[in-house]
Design a binder for this molecule. Structure first.
Ligand SMILES: *Cc1c(COP(=O)(O)O)cnc(C)c1O
Length: 490
């Protein structure tokens, strides 16, 4: 007889399979045996963090991972923690360190790790109100809180994304759909931004099918900010040429220098020509929580869409971006779909469902990692930490100029300072490339570099929650030391 139809043999087979499959479901003793080494490791990591290098070069670059292929029978948690320690937290940049001052750092607030643990253990589904009303309420409450922060009305929509790149993509797709840009229009459609816009914007345009649109790079002032009259001139020229201006992407805190485009003046231009105004505030947006930030960033409320990155300005571990779109319908139109198998999911509509405003359906319960630290700590320490980062950048800007031969970029609007050493002879770009390598290899602090209009700059970006004045003093000391070593005796 066909054994796929023979009940006793089906039962016997199921019993065999269940015995092995049950290993996926550890009992309390096994859970404890898994958990304890992980918690012990995390605690030891945090305890030793102040003394760890922020960057470590290694010859093998974590290749021990490759010596451990995925096994048929499980490995020991202790061995795996040893491997994690050697191959993962050993080599490369340590973004948990207060001395990470490169790129745009963020840190990684501890309660977010606990929230991720809770979110994963309970596996609550934050996609549809019917499925997990409490989780969706947390997510939506946070979106309304962020909308209020940027000055959007409560009717604005948004989404918790994995980061700023995806958030920018979602905003650009909403703009494309809201303005009815069809395939045939694309070669005549124009997008405006400065050369300092984050590269994820160009990437998002292409992914959104707008790769053949015309991109106009708008001139900037001497502080790398968009020049609104120049924007208006470009738009006029393009209109006269029969093109279709569509979208302006402004930055509230560029990655290179922390420059804040004058969003209020740009908004007037955008509105008078009926362009969608998107503001990439992935780095800078949360500075709105402090008065210095509110002085620097004006007019976000006039945008059509804004991107914020909680894993930058709210110090969360990687994995949290956010997009806000003022016109709720625009985001909904881009993302609302139905299917037969979803028919019981949408009968409760007291709160909007994230799946209607996002490219994602199944998704992690991302908002919990934002909600828990905000609730536990309250806003006061966030405001203080953000102000502190701005003042640390101002402090660094003054002190770095005490080193002879150092030239600085613009006074920091937020928490990024660019500078370079100008040698008396020889190529400055080559000198600064060697300087940043020497600083990185030293490993006590981590700085990154950039090229702006052919000039090599070193950047200091202050945004780890645990970076305080002593870290900046150490950075100044390391920079002074490396300049002296490379410059040689004078
Ligand atoms: C970091 C950053 C992005 C990209 O965000 P991810 O979270 O890294 O994807 C976009 N724009 C700006 C201004 C940024 O600083």
């Amino acid at each position: 007889m066909d054994d796929t139809r023979d009940l006793p043999s089906i039962r016997a087979r199921l019993a065999d399979l269940e015995r092995v499959a049950r290993r996926l479901d550890p009992d309390p003793t096994s859970r404890q045996a898994f958990r304890q080494p992980v918690l012990d490791y995390a605690e030891e990591f945090l305890r030793s963090l102040p003394g760890l290098l922020v960057y470590r070069e290694s010859d093998d670059q974590g290749s021990a991972i490759l010596d451990c292929p995925i096994p048929e029978e499980g490995r020991d948690i202790g061995d795996l923690m040893g491997l994690f320690h050697e191959a993962v937290t050993g080599p490369g940049i340590n973004p948990a360190s207060a001395r990470h001052l490169g790129y745009i750092p963020g840190g990684g607030l501890y309660p977010s790790a606990l929230a991720d643990f809770l979110a994963d253990v309970t596996n609550r589904y934050e996609g549809i109100f019917f499925a997990s009303p409490g989780a969706v309420r947390i997510g939506n409450l946070l979106l309304r809180w962020m909308a209020e922060l940027v000055g959007f009305p409560p009717s604005a929509a948004g989404d918790h994304t994995s980061g700023g790149s995806i958030a920018n993509l979602v905003a650009i797709v909403a703009a494309r759909d809201a303005r009815g840009v069809r395939a045939a229009d694309i070669p005549h459609t124009v997008v405006y931004m400065t050369p300092q816009a984050h590269h994820c914007v160009a990437k998002a345009l292409r992914i959104a099918g707008l790769g053949d649109a015309v991109v106009r790079y708008v001139p900037m002032d001497d502080r790398f900010r968009m020049d609104p009259p120049a924007l208006e001139d470009r738009i006029d020229e393009d209109r006269s040429a029969g093109l279709r201006p569509f979208l302006v992407v402004a930055s509230a805190g560029t990655t290179d220098t922390g420059a804040v485009d004058p969003v209020d003046a740009i908004a007037l231009v955008a509105a008078s020509h009926d362009l969608w105004l998107h503001v990439d505030a992935a780095y800078g947006g949360f500075f709105l929580l402090c008065p210095e930030g509110r002085d620097a960033i004006r007019g976000l409320s006039l945008a059509d869409s804004v991107v914020l990155d909680p894993h930058k300005g709210l110090f969360l571990p990687y994995g949290s971006g956010a997009v806000l779109v003022k016109d709720r319908e625009a985001l909904y139109r881009s993302h609302h779909y139905t299917a037969g198998y979803m028919q019981d999911a949408f009968h409760s509509r007291e709160e909007p469902s994230p799946a209607d405003y996002s490219p994602e359906l199944s998704r992690p319960f991302r908002s919990l990692r934002l909600w828990l630290p905000l609730q536990l700590f309250g806003l006061a320490p966030f405001r203080a930490a953000l102000r502190e980062k701005i003042w640390l950048a101002r402090y660094f800007y003054e002190r770095i100029q005490e080193i002879p031969g150092i030239e600085v970029g613009p006074h920091p609007e937020l928490s990024v300072v660019v500078f370079r050493f100008v040698p008396q002879q020889g190529d400055a770009n080559r000198f600064n490339a060697r300087l940043v390598r020497a600083i990185q290899s030293d490993g006590r602090i981590f700085l990154s570099s950039t090229m702006i209009a052919g000039v090599f700059f070193i950047r200091l970006a202050v945004l780890v929650y645990s970076t305080h004045r002593e870290t900046i003093d150490l950075a100044l000391e390391v920079i002074r030391q490396k300049v002296e070593e490379l410059r040689g005796p004078t």
